[in-house]
Design a protein around this ligand. Structure first.
Ligand SMILES: Cc1ncc(C[n+]2csc(CCOP(=O)(O)OP(=O)(O)O)c2C)c(N)n1
Length: 665
């Protein structure tokens, strides 16, 4: 029989959350008191009576996840984590919003035990939670645990009006409803207020009907009634559908002059309003950062109980492991993100048809990886037959049949990105997701969150230049490589041929954090000079100069390496000495020792001209070619025409390139 907080204890917990939130925001001189004051009752019920967690082991794989999608209300989460006994001290609470604190302005993954994901960009918390819920379902099916309760954790989200207004949550919830993810519960803090004022000025749809049409079960409750909250959360456990609980709350509850208005959303209360709010909630105002002793002692007991439950799970898991040694080994390797050496060796030996476009070589590589690594799951935003992400193994993930390895996200790129981040955060999956490179813009902020959190997602972007042809400029990426290369923490790899594709995948599996593979739909001749192993260094010599001096260093990526090699041969025949460098990844190359980089790019000897050749924007290339270098690039939108016509139009032929190099402009 588990320990249940009664109304008295729940109100002591809610008071403590409000007290800590008021004082932390006052001490920081900034922050968002409105949400914590409005949602303290909901969060009290969740942490006291609903969530199955072990604060001593915040990474326990079968823990319930709580995602504060409305990340601006971070103090409600920090207060709850402190009370529940996570490693977050009162001093940490006092350091709210200070440099290097465990309590940054918005929750940040890896900074605070118990914070499941970084949130703040509204809507994405909901979408990442969908990914976590899907990850739990997929792994429960993969490890045949459906009837055993060993991976039956649930995902709870607290979302505000802003989250539900954002398109990404609509995409993700439409998808969650389709897949019947009944382990997902979204609590909607429906307080009728957003940052700029009342929501009836901008958001008047019927949310209940919308979510019902997605396939959710919807409850409407009083978000300040402990019974309503608890009953709705309990009802969600028996639903065959995901649940939306519309909780009617008062933003800034108890703040006498600002409650129920946008003035309490994101401004400090000030001393007299803070005191009056405390007095309304019967919080002693003489003790700053007051916490109820009853709340502390309830959670102290609860923590022991939670630890025991976790230990019992470990015993049951050990029994399961004995009976299922093969699956147990897979389980451990999935959690450890282990990539066996023999896979890398097999990858290196994989024979790929000559002249395959890199998107197709990549598909051949994926089949091998998927056979060896069951944790790899692949999905596409309705382009799998074109971005070449379909796996032969495993089938498609379907409602109530989650064992598939292919996820059909439909045309929902942003949600695909955020759901993939959630899949990765669940901890047992390496998600791969694909679309045309130009639509990476739709996913951009999800990619950014994966980079910020350093979580592994492999983005599979194809149709990587204007030379995709007739679809025209809407589909032709131009500024996209520069934009992704500018993102800290993301490794961008644009391989030139099948050898480099193999190397790109080996790196994608082993390097820390997210990776974007940039691939072409055009035939990529087997250059035979490129190398799988060298990709991990980001750049290497593919054609060595034929004389003792060097006139030109040509640096190219992807499909333009072939062009560079051809141009170099022509220049050589005209008496010039030329080196060609393939540079599939700026990030990997920049991480090499300086001596290596100087050696590859010949920075210590006189070179007449450095030339970059890449069918995208020149932005960023001058760091390699220098101010006087020549960038053969596409710095304008493309056009609808066959690829060969565009090549001539934009001067991407060996003849024009050679001519420009000799002229130096
Ligand atoms: C994508 C995104 N756009 C804008 C913001 C800035 N912002 C933070 S909170 C907020 C208002 C959200 O309103 P609501 O969800 O109702 O929160 P409440 O006022 O109830 O706290 C806005 C616009 C953001 N964090 N993320």
């Amino acid at each position: 029989m588990s320990l249940i907080a009664n109304h008295f204890i729940l109100s002591e917990i809610a008071k403590s959350i409000r007290s800590l939130s008021i004082d932390a925001v006052e001490a920081a001189g900034c922050g968002h008191p409105g949400l914590p004051l409005g949602c303290a009752d909901i969060v009290a019920v969740l942490y006291a009576n609903i969530l199955r967690q072990d604060p001593n082991n915040p990474k326990w794989v079968n823990r319930d996840r709580f995602v504060l999608s409305a990340g601006h209300g971070s103090m409600v989460l920090y207060s709850a984590l402190h009370l529940a006994g996570f490693d977050l001290s009162l001093q940490d609470i006092k350091n709210f919003r200070k440099l290097h604190s465990k309590t940054p302005g918005h929750p940040e993954f890896r900074e605070t035990p118990g914070v499941e994901t970084t949130t703040g960009p509204l809507g994405q918390g909901v979408a990442m939670a969908v990914g976590m819920a899907l990850g739990l379902k997929m792994n429960e099916a993969r490890y045949e645990m459906t009837s055993q309760g060993l991976l039956d954790a649930r995902v709870y989200v607290l979302a505000g009006d802003g989250d539900l207004m954002e398109g990404v949550s609509s995409e993700a919830c439409s998808f969650a409803g389709h897949l019947a993810l009944n382990n997902l519960v979204i609590i909607y803090d429906s307080n009728d207020i957003c940052l700029d004022g009342p929501i009836d000025e901008c958001f008047t749809e019927d949310v209940q009907k919308r979510y019902e049409s997605y396939g959710f079960r919807v409850d409407i409750i009083d978000g300040h009634s402990f019974d309503d909250i608890e009953n709705a959360l309990k009802r969600s456990k028996t639903s065959e559908k995901p649940t939306l609980i519309i909780a009617k709350t008062i933003i800034g509850k108890g703040a006498p002059t600002v409650q129920g208005t946008s003035d309490v959303h994101g401004k400090v209360l000030g001393t007299s309003e803070a005191d009056a709010t405390k007095s309304f909630h019967q919080i002693p105002s003489t003790t700053p950062f007051w916490v109820s002793d009853d709340a502390y002692s309830f959670f102290a007991q609860k923590k022991n109980e939670q630890q025991l439950a976790h230990r019992q799970w470990e015993i049951a898991f050990a029994n399961w492991s004995k009976k299922n040694p093969g699956l147990a080994t897979q389980w451990e390797s999935s959690i450890a993100h282990f990539v066996p050496n023999h896979l890398l060796e097999k990858l290196d030996a994989l024979q790929i048809k000559a002249n395959f476009p890199t998107r197709q070589s990549s598909n051949a590589v994926q089949q091998l990886i998927a056979e060896e690594l069951p944790q790899v799951v692949v999905g596409s935003a309705d382009l799998s037959c074109s971005d070449n992400t379909l796996l032969k193994v495993g089938g498609v993930v379907k409602p109530f049949q989650y064992h598939g390895r292919n996820i059909k996200y439909g045309v929902r790129e942003f949600a695909m990105g955020a759901i993939s981040v959630g899949l990765s955060l669940q901890g047992m999956t390496i998600p791969v997701c694909g679309t045309f490179f130009t639509f990476s813009d739709y996913m951009k902020n999800a990619i950014r969150l994966s980079a910020l959190m350093k979580v592994k997602v492999i983005y599979h972007f194809t149709h990587d230049s204007v030379f995709l042809g007739e679809d025209g400029p809407t589909h032709q990426p131009v500024e996209h490589l520069a934009a992704l290369r500018a993102m800290p923490g993301l490794t961008v790899i644009r391989p030139a041929d099948a050898h480099e594709v193999r190397g790109a995948w080996a790196t994608a599996l082993t390097v820390d954090g997210p990776v974007a593979l940039i691939l072409t739909r055009l035939a990529a001749p087997d250059l035979s000079v490129t190398s799988s192993a060298a990709v991990s260094k980001g750049g290497y010599v593919v054609v060595k100069e034929s004389r003792n001096h060097v006139d030109y260093v040509l640096i190219a990526t992807g499909s333009e390496v072939d062009l560079a090699v051809k141009a170099a041969a022509d220049l050589d025949s005209k008496g010039y000495s030329v080196r060609v460098v393939s540079l599939p990844s700026f990030e990997l190359f920049d991480a090499q020792p300086e001596a290596y980089r100087r050696d590859i790019l010949l920075y210590d000897q006189p070179v007449k001209k450095y030339v970059s050749i890449e069918a995208q924007s020149s932005y960023g290339w001058h760091k390699y070619v220098g101010r006087d270098g020549l960038c053969i690039s596409i710095d304008h939108f493309g056009a609808s025409a066959p690829a060969d016509v565009l090549r001539k139009e934009y001067g991407f032929t060996p003849e024009v390139i050679v001519d420009r190099i000799i002229k130096g402009a």
